[in-house]
Structures are given as C-alpha cells and as structure tokens.
Design a protein around this ligand. Sequence first.
Ligand SMILES: [Cu+2]
Length: 332
Amino acid sequence: MPTRASLLLPIVMVVLAACGGDHPMSTLDAHSDLTREINHIYGRIFWWTGLLFLLVQGGLIYTVLRFRAKGNETTNPEQVHGNLKLELTWTILPIFILLHIAIPTVSVIFKSQAPATEEGKVTINALGEQWWFAFEYPELGVVTANEMHVPLGKEVEIRLQSDNVIHSFWVPQLAAKRDMVPGRVNQIKFKAEKLGEFYGQCAEYCGDSHALMKLRVVVDTPEDFAKWVEAQKAPAESESATAQAGFQAFQGAGCVACHAINGTTAAAVIGPDLTHVGSRTTIASGILENTEENLKTWIKDPPGVKPGSKMPNLNLSDEQVASIAAYLQTLK
Ligand SMILES: [Cu+2]
C-alpha cells in the first residue's frame, strides 16, 4: 500500500521540475528596460496582495478560533449592525493600494507605446502572418522574417500589424506582449540590455499552426548590428552556377509566385522574403533548424511540418528539391 506521502511525490516532482534548467520564455528574467519595469509592477502586486491575503486570512482564522462555540454554549453572539470606522478603513485602504498599483501600471503602458526618439533608434514594422512574422526596417531598407536583429542599448520601436487575423507579439524577456490587430497599428518600445538570442511566440490563437509560430530576437552589439544590416541590404548572390541552376529550379517550381529574392525577378510577398534565408538560424518561424536536410523536408511537404501551412505541397521531385535547397543555403 502506498502511503499518503508517497502519493504526493509525483505532484512535488512536477512542481519542482519547473525550478530547473534555463527558461528562455520566463517573464521573470527581464533583459530590457521595459520588462524590468513590468517586473517591478509584478513585485508591487505580489507584495500588496500578499499582505492583504495575510490580513484577511489571519482575521478569518482568528475569528474562527476565538469565537467558535465552546462546550455546550447556547447563547447567540451579540448582533451588531454596521461599524463606521471599520467600513471606512476597508474602503479607503483598498483604494490606496489599487492606486499604488494602477498608477505605475498605466504609466508603463503609455511609456511602452510612445514613439522612439533617441539617437540611434531602430524602427521595425512587424506583420503577423499565418503562421510567421514578417519584419521590415523601413529606415534601413531591410526585409526579413521570423528572426529580428536589434542593437544592444538602443531604442527599438516595433509597429505591430496584421492583415489577416489577430496575432500577439510576445518576446517575454525583451518586448513583453502586445496584440497585432488587423486595421490598427500597436506600438511597443524597449531597449535590450543583454546580448544574445531571445525567444518569442505568437500568443493569440490564430489558426491551425498557431503553436508553431515562433520568433527570435537577436541582440547584437551596435557594430555587429550595422554589419548585419549591410549584409541584409545586399542583393542575393546570383553569379555562381549553383545560384543560376538553383534559381531556374526555383522559378520552374513556381516558388516565385509567393517569394521575393532581391536581385532576381522573384518579387512576390505572400511568403517570407528569401533574399538572405541562408543567414537565418531557423526556418518556418523557428520550427526547424536551418539545415539543408530540413530545407528539403520543408520544401517537399510544408503542411506535413506545419498543419494548414499556406505554402502548399508542390509535389516536386527529389532532384528539384535538392537543387533548390542547395541554392537557398547559399543565400547568406
Ligand atoms: Cu497565433
């Protein structure tokens, strides 16, 4: 017979499992000015509500113990009707506590959606698609998808949009969470405080592959960021034999109907811009590592990787797939 304590073990293990390893999606690891301020507000809410919890539960436990029926007492307690002092206290105290929470909350909301104004700021238009993110840097002439680069310590202003359904742009450690709503532009502004790669995810159910709609934000030093911008602005390499044969196969297979490759005749904007697809670490919005094998898997059967994918299975031969994948790999 298992003891009661041993039955608790699996529950304790599940709960403790949340304490190990690193948590790329943990809101509590703040790495930007915005997420730090949000954590501050969490802290306020936690301590105020914690205090209230103790007061209310303490009062309840005290009352239950102090005034419970003892022995075979039969008299009823004295009935009172209203107590002005107590009622004033528990009306005014919560107002004070709520203001203490509401004022910083509203001020951080406003601050987080103000336009960026500082020297060296970066503006990015982010478009939620089914099921990927398009990123455009209008002032820098860069277009990319699913992996956004930003410079360390500079203001980043992201304009969030959608032309289909509602998505939500969520990068917990840098940019918090804000919806991408058709017909309006929501803004979010932050300054990254740590170099590295940060994970994000669409956080508003948007259809079949919503759970497979991830993104990454790479925080670079300002120098590395400038190098990245230069590389992204350059047209795709098109001179080599691989590139020419690959582009022919790409065109022949009909990929040009949906994708753009800057420097070639492909200019459609239904799918992600592929000009520098080889420079991304993942494909299909963070679902697959960007390797030649995975590119082949994706091109052969996109809906097999992402249910409902808007990129159809084009029933290509292995030769076509191999030639196109080799070409896309060269687009660094
Ligand atoms: Cu979604």
